[in-house]
Design a binder for this molecule. Structure first.
Ligand code: COA
Length: 160
């Protein structure tokens, strides 16, 4: 249990997929239908953490690439009415611990590049950089699919 919020963070199970998709579907300014479809296909094959408060109220999906010594955040979200109460930060910290315990040196995430002026993702970048201590890396064109918006890759060295 984490603090007064009465939440529990645990590893994702097979039966959590609908709850995870529900969270993403509740945030259309962040997840378009194409991204929801991608999540539906890929979430079952990814590792993950979920936040429970009765229902699932947040999640973080990730994959570990041992060869590259990297843990990649695929997607993270918190139910809208519970944002800004440190649930996302707790998920991030839990992931850093998981990665560290598994001997991984770096966590990476890609998000919308700042040259694209879109307020919701300005908040997301603030979350990664200011709350979780990620460093800004390179901007990559066509990151998600040919013709997609550019991404900025953010890195966090574990143990820093
Ligand atoms: C990014 C996200 C997971 C952070 O979770 P959270 O529980 O709100 O995070 P915390 O409470 O630990 O930190 C909040 C901080 O993150 C930032 N933030 C990012 N998105 C925010 C949002 N939509 N609303 C409020 N704050 C947001 C702010 O800097 C905020 O600081 P503040 O509370 O001092 O204003 C969550 O806001 C979210 O689900 N956003 C939409 C989905 C998304 O952007 N996912 C990442 C791309 S896959």
């Amino acid at each position: 249990m984490v603090g007064k919020l009465d939440i529990r963070i645990r590893e994702k199970r097979k039966e959590d997929i609908d709850g995870i998709i529900n969270i993403a579907q509740g945030l259309p300014e962040y997840f378009n239908p194409r991204e929801i479809e991608r999540l539906r296909k890929e979430a079952p094959g990814l590792e993950g953490l979920v936040v429970e408060k009765g229902d699932i109220v947040g999640y973080l999906l990730f994959k570990i690439d041992r060869r590259k010594d990297i843990c990649i955040i695929d997607s993270i979200a918190v139910r809208k009415d519970l944002m800004s109460r440190s649930i996302g930060s707790e998920l991030g910290k839990r992931l850093f611990k998981t990665a560290q315990n598994r001997g991984i040196g770096t966590v990476q995430v890609a998000t919308l590049a700042p040259i694209i002026k879109y307020a919701p993702y300005e908040k997301t970048r603030n979350f990664y950089v200011k709350k979780l201590g990620f460093q800004e890396g390179e901007v990559v064109a066509d990151y998600w699919y040919p013709g997609s918006d550019p991404a900025i890759v953010l890195y966090k060295k574990i143990g820093d």
